[in-house]
Ligand binder design. Structure first.
Ligand code: HEM
Length: 253
């Protein structure tokens, strides 16, 4: 992905027409498969200044795909009166310095931190051991297994990277599933018992948290099933996924 910044200086009195032109031009961006997202901001300190940020799938996709495509003429028709008002128009590479501020708690914090995930997995593996369908898979499991899975879940939901630091991260987790030939029936039971455990230990039950939590479990169990098949060839290394709130942010009345 590449970020394009376009800085405009729009003379006083021209801002309404400029914003209206971009409202229409943006329809082309919204329809373009090369465009990831876009945002036009107006400077508070100097209202003549605007910055348009457009994230493109790549610079080539922008310059050849979008500019050479059928959506471009309608886009250009709207913005061409403002070409002379452009002060900068360049592509920028994103760096590793990015993230989210503290205005929204991480799912890890919302859940109750490491201790909440440990309570969850303790209860979960009690249920698992007594279950006729998935219990046998875990008959010889390491007694610390619940603690390791709590570390993994904590890391996924935004807690400290302890599973990566102390347990081998994704490659180890992956190895533990290889060849296990998990069936769909067992996957569903695993996920369903985890939800029972979440209720039993009082994990937050607000719709927003549970939607995000269940989203990861659905994704993760489906990957575990796929990776556990005898002919599977999953990537041997990958970062630990970092799960976040979904479309619905945390609800705070
Ligand atoms: C979101 C889904 C899942 C997560 C986050 C998860 C997490 C983990 C982790 C972190 C380990 C390695 C623990 C260690 O470091 O020793 C592991 C091992 C294992 N997992 Fe999963 N798992 C998931 C889904 C499943 C499913 C659906 C099944 C089977 C129905 C399953 C069966 C196993 C088994 C049998 C082991 C080896 C246990 C042992 O012998 O110690 N997992 N899992």
């Amino acid at each position: 992905m590449i970020v394009e910044y376009i800085r405009y200086r729009i003379p006083v009195g021209g801002s309404d027409a400029f914003e209206a032109a971009y409202q229409t031009a943006a329809l082309s961006l919204a329809a373009a498969p090369q465009c990831v997202d876009y945002e036009l901001s107006r400077c508070v300190d100097d209202p003549a200044c605007y910055v348009l940020r457009i994230t493109w799938t790549s610079a080539k996709d922008h310059l050849e795909g979008f500019r050479g495509g059928e959506l471009f003429p309608a886009f250009l028709a709207q913005i061409s009166p403002y070409i002379d008002a452009i002060e900068e128009m360049r592509h920028y590479e994103r760096t590793a310095v990015r993230g989210r501020g503290g205005s929204t708690p991480k799912l890890y914090e919302w859940a109750g931190g490491a201790e909440a995930f440990e309570r969850l997995t303790e209860r979960f593996y009690e249920l698992v051991k007594g279950d006729d369908l998935v219990g046998p898979l875990f008959a010889g499991m390491d007694p610390d297994h619940p603690r390791y899975v709590a570390m993994w879940l904590s890391e996924v939901f935004g807690g400290p990277a302890r599973y990566t630091g102390e347990r081998g991260g994704y490659p180890h987790m992956l190895r533990m599933h290889l060849g296990k030939a998990i069936t769909e029936e067992r996957r569903r039971r695993w996920a369903s018992l985890l939800m029972d455990a979440a209720d039993d230990v009082g994990l937050p039950d607000d719709p927003e948290f549970r939607a995000a939590f269940t989203g990861y479990i659905e994704w993760g169990t489906r990957l575990a099933l796929a990776n556990s098949q005898p002919n599977a060839t999953p990537p041997p290394t990958a970062p630990v996924p970092h799960w976040d709130w979904g479309i619905a942010p945390p609800y705070r009345p």
